[in-house]
Design a protein. Structure first.
Length: 119
């Protein structure tokens, strides 16, 4: 299974970005999908997650500004980020829990996409 994260970039405070995480390979179904972020010297932290049935969970810092979604037909997850702040600057990583073909379940991390918010 390969994950391709994209959509990061440089944006001004108050701007928006949409991150994508596309999975490919021997995938029967993506179960849970999450977005995490990490800044140098700190632990990776959960930003938002979405379950297989569409239930969502957000970190407090993301509530009201970020929206996680998924397209099961494309095996792709998204993170729409609005009202961005300099403290949102980080590397953003997707994590997927995948039911595999022909069998098994495993977790995979994407390679990360950098988000930089200028003040």
């Amino acid at each position: 299974v390969q994950l391709q994260a994209s959509g990061g970039g440089l944006v001004q405070t108050g701007g928006s970005l949409r991150l994508s995480c596309a999975a490919s390979g021997s995938i029967f179904r993506i179960n849970d999908l999450g977005w995490y972020r990490q800044v140098p010297g700190k632990q990776r932290e959960l930003v938002a997650e979405i379950t297989g049935d569409g239930s969502t969970n957000y970190a407090g810092s993301a509530k009201g500004r970020f929206t996680i979604s998924r397209d099961n037909a494309k095996n792709t997850g998204y993170l729409q980020m609005t009202s961005l702040k300099p403290e949102d600057t980080a590397g953003y990583y997707c994590l997927v829990n995948v039911r595999l073909i022909p069998s098994g379940i495993s977790d995979y991390w994407g390679q990360g996409t950098q988000v930089t918010v200028s003040s």
